[in-house]
Write a protein that binds this ligand. Structure first.
Ligand code: ATP
Length: 256
């Protein structure tokens, strides 16, 4: 069953005299339980696409349906409730609050949810465990490595048990060891918790952890490839597709 359906999505930025067509009639869907990578050369529209599916921005035309709800027209309280119930966000720069412990940062989305959550401690223990942070819960973000900080951001995204998690360049700030670690945790979350993940990335190594990669160029669907066997073979196929799609050297190619 499709968890996400994107239909004829178009986004035009800017002035009427100088419009920038960031998305140009994109149509695709994502099944429940998929781990989908969004790739494309710089300026292809990856961030714009994720922003619209994740309800941070609105399209100029087209629709996005998530878990049976058309999200493109949600506003105000309804939108806030929908996000809290269904969506989790992981950004490149983590956005952790420095004056709060790891535990407090992770629990924050539940606190914002106004009503007390009965099984908050249970959920906290589960997300700490699945992100390998159980022994670091009382630390402050500045006492953690960059990779551990990014895992706190993942744990925070998971605390509300969202069906769908968005990650925009989640390994962008990490060295290769921390990136590999994070990707293994994301894989576990996807496979054991069946959380659907949509991840924009430039990096072929990062994308090779996905089950499917959608390539966009100039705001349009260019190709998609599915992983069927070993990760290394998928990585090679992604590299080949990057070469095919071109993009004037604007890829930050994975070399790991
Ligand atoms: N707020 C905005 N106003 C005007 N143009 C914008 C805005 N946001 C994005 N764009 C343009 O839309 C196009 C797509 O941008 P987007 O950031 O989605 O691409 P991307 O694939 O994420 O690129 P990158 O890999 O470099 O982050 C680009 O041409 C960009 O300049």
């Amino acid at each position: 069953m499709a968890l996400v359906t994107v239909q004829g999505l178009t986004k035009i930025f800017g002035h009427r005299l100088h419009p920038v067509r960031a998305l140009n009639g994109l149509t695709f869907s994502v099944e429940k339980g998929e781990f989908v990578g969004i790739m494309g050369p710089s300026g292809a529209g990856k961030t714009t696409l994720l922003s619209i599916i994740s309800t941070i921005d609105v399209p100029t035309n087209g629709t996005v349906t998530v878990a049976g709800t058309e999200v493109t027209h949600l506003r105000g309280d309804k939108l806030a409730r929908f996000r809290r119930a269904n969506l989790g966000y992981v950004f490149q720069d983590f956005n952790l609050l420095t004056g709060m412990t790891v535990r407090e940062n992770i629990l924050l989305p539940l606190t914002i949810g106004k009503h007390a959550v009965a099984n908050a401690q249970e959920r906290l223990n589960a997300v700490l465990s699945v992100t390998g942070l159980t022994n670091l819960a009382q630390r402050y973000p500045e006492e953690l490595s960059i990779g551990q900080q990014q895992r706190v951001a993942v744990a925070r995204a998971l605390i509300t048990e969202p069906a769908l998690v968005f990650a925009d360049e989640p390994t962008g700030a990490l060295d290769s060891k921390a990136a590999t670690e994070l990707l293994r945790y994301l894989t576990t979350i996807n496979q054991e918790w069946h959380t659907t993940i949509m991840m924009a990335t430039h990096d072929a190594f990062t994308a090779s952890y996905c089950s499917r990669v959608i390539f966009i160029k100039d705001g349009m669907l260019f190709a998609e490839i599915r992983r069927s066997g070993e990760r290394q073979a998928f990585f090679d196929a992604i590299i080949d597709m990057q070469a095919t799609i071109g993009g004037g050297g604007h890829w930050h190619e994975g070399t790991r």
